[in-house]
Design a protein around this ligand. Structure first.
Ligand code: GTP
Length: 390
């Protein structure tokens, strides 16, 4: 399937760039990638070469340095500028995409303020699924910074921060996140969540950890959406079970389900054929037991390992499993077993599966999508934190 990826605000633009950078060669799943923000500085520094200049768009003249966490103002700015943003998409070919992916960091005012209006407009204009990819703020952001770095940092350079770099203080982040999620309810087809609190390391600031977090998130998003992309025309890379846009739509739903992503990966021995001149291009011999064990391991990690948003996998109503890697390693029986394991894990009945052969790959991976999960403890925590500041 082909996605129109749109990042809004600091986090959204960085994550959109990271997704573009993680796109596997030969399996392009991105129709276009756009970066929308209210500051020029961020657009030039953070989206870097992953987002072409013609697809970076600054809106909201007069807003410099962000909106100071004022989400109400953010909602107004979103409504005021949404048509202009929609027109900016004409630089690409949004009509050719199967769905939209709007990336945003919940907690701020720019991305969280603009996303609801943009999602509503995209639905109306294009009549295609609009998935939101949202980060949830970390507890460490809520403390009022004693370092005077409040807010300003969210629009700082992408370059690696110095050790101990200042943390942006966002006392309203939990409330902003909750309010944006409320606005998205009924508008977004589904919301894929990434919990910054769980993914940042102990003592690590958001600025220090965000590039790593964005790469982790982009790896998962790319493994999921690239499954049904590319490979056409080159017989050996065609999946046995292709996941297409309607499968993705079935799993994600259209009722703003909360979605979390799991992932497992294991390097495998590909016999060095990748570096040959075609002389060793025959499928390397792979012991069945090694292939089965690799597949079992990555699927177990995908289902029971760290999720982008922690939840009880049993609570999921729908799920999708994609297993990928060098074709010789994709043992059909082990993949079918893994799918049965996922079926018996989740509470719901809809479980889809697909494979993603990667002839040039050097690892076997499993991407797991758990949709319509809940209750989710982290969302409850954010609601409680929001009530405390209001
Ligand atoms: N994973 C991840 N989260 C981020 C990143 N940057 C910011 N965040 C999170 O996203 C939230 C919003 O930050 P930004 O996206 O910078 O905010 P904004 O939408 O530009 O809005 P304002 O700065 O308030 O105008 C923060 O509270 C963080 O939790 C990033 O690069 N990666």
């Amino acid at each position: 399937m082909q996605l129109e990826v749109i990042g809004i605000g600091g986090a959204g633009c960085r994550i959109a760039g990271a997704i573009r950078a993680a796109e596997p060669s030969g399996h392009s799943f991105i129709e276009d990638v756009f970066a929308f923000d209210t500051t020029d500085e961020l657009l030039t520094q953070t989206a870097d070469t992953a987002v072409p200049e013609s697809h970076r768009y600054r809106y909201g003249d007069g807003i410099d340095g962000g909106l100071g966490g004022d989400l109400q103002r953010g909602f107004e700015v979103g409504e005021e500028h949404v048509e202009e943003l929609d027109r900016a998409l004409d630089e690409g070919t949004p009509t050719a995409a199967d769905a939209f992916l709007v990336a945003v960091g919940l907690g701020g005012a720019t991305g969280g303020g603009t996303a609801p209006a943009l999602v509503a407009t995209l639905h109306r204009q294009y009549d295609k699924p609009v998935y939101v990819l949202a980060t949830l703020p970390a507890d460490r952001e809520f403390e009022r910074g004693g370092d005077g770095a409040a807010e300003s940092d969210s629009h700082s350079s992408e370059s690696a921060p110095a050790a101990g770099a200042a943390e942006p203080s966002r006392p309203n982040a939990a409330a902003n996140a909750v309010h944006t999620l409320e606005r998205l309810d009924g508008l977004a087809s589904a919301v894929i969540c990434f919990d910054n609190d769980r993914w940042l390391r102990t003592g690590e600031s958001l600025v220090e950890g965000r590039e790593r977090c964005n790469r982790e998130l982009a790896t998962r998003v790319s493994a999921f959406f690239a499954a049904g992309a590319g490979g056409a025309g080159s017989g050996e890379t065609i999946a046995e079970t292709v996941i297409d846009a309607s499968d993705v739509g079935r799993v994600m739903g259209s009722q703003t389900a909360i979605v979390t992503l799991g992932y497992g990966e294991q390097d495998v021995d590909t016999g060095g054929s990748r570096f040959g001149l075609g002389l060793f291009s025959a499928k390397p011999d792979v012991e069945t037991s090694s292939a089965v064990s690799a597949i079992e391991t990555v699927i177990r990690k995908g289902i029971h390992g760290k999720l982008t948003l922690e939840c009880d996998p049993e609570s999921a109503q729908r799920a999708l499993l994609i297993v990928g890697g060098p074709p010789a390693w994709l043992n059909r029986q082990a993949i079918a077993e893994g799918r049965r394991a996922l079926e018996s894990t989740i509470g719901g009945r809809v479980v889809l599966g697909g494979d993603a052969p990667r002839p040039d790959g050097e690892a076997v991976f499993a991407a797991v999508v758990l949709a319509d999960v809940g209750p989710v403890e982290r969302l409850e925590e954010l609601r409680a934190a929001a009530e405390r500041v209001e």
